[in-house]
Design a protein. Structure first.
Length: 156
């Protein structure tokens, strides 16, 4: 009886030890390396934009444009883990699949944007942050989750 009990314990321990959580496969490949997620606010009157972005090189940066005619100026904040990149990329893409168009700017417009230079794909959702409409609900959630990766001292 004791031999049977010890055998069961040993088999159970061997089974548990052999089971391990598989490593999460990174989503970074040729296509996603050329992906950029950008989010922030811009003035529809002046074209000034204050935003953040990350890309497939895992660089998180501030993005500033003073007017519509200016080019974007990037300031590196830090690198992000590939798991974060993959998580936020997939969340953003799923949201664009679900809500395919959103364009409701106010004087100040908030946005989430996906660009892939490899496939020449671009999608942008724009809404007025003064209103919490049903149509902007999914992108407001994406925006809020993206803001969690920006350190407080780096926020505009």
């Amino acid at each position: 009886m004791i031999k049977l009990f010890v055998s069961c314990i040993c088999i159970s321990l061997a089974f548990v030890a052999s089971c391990s959580t598989p490593a999460v496969k990174s989503c970074i490949n040729e296509r996603t390396r050329e992906s950029v997620i950008r989010w922030g606010e811009y003035s529809t009157r002046t074209g000034q934009m204050r935003a953040y972005q990350f890309d497939g090189s895992l660089k998180l940066a501030k993005c500033l444009r003073e007017s519509e005619a200016d080019t974007n100026k990037l300031t590196l904040i830090r690198e992000i883990p590939s798991d974060d990149f993959c998580k936020y990329l997939m969340t953003t893409l799923q949201t664009f699949d679900t809500v395919q168009t959103l364009y409701a700017p106010g004087e100040i417009a908030r946005f989430v944007e996906y660009t892939n230079y490899e496939s020449n794909a671009k999608a942008r959702a724009v809404w007025n942050p003064e209103y919490k409409t049903y149509g902007s609900k999914a992108f407001r959630s994406v925006y809020d989750s993206l803001m969690t990766i920006i350190p407080l001292e780096q926020q505009w």
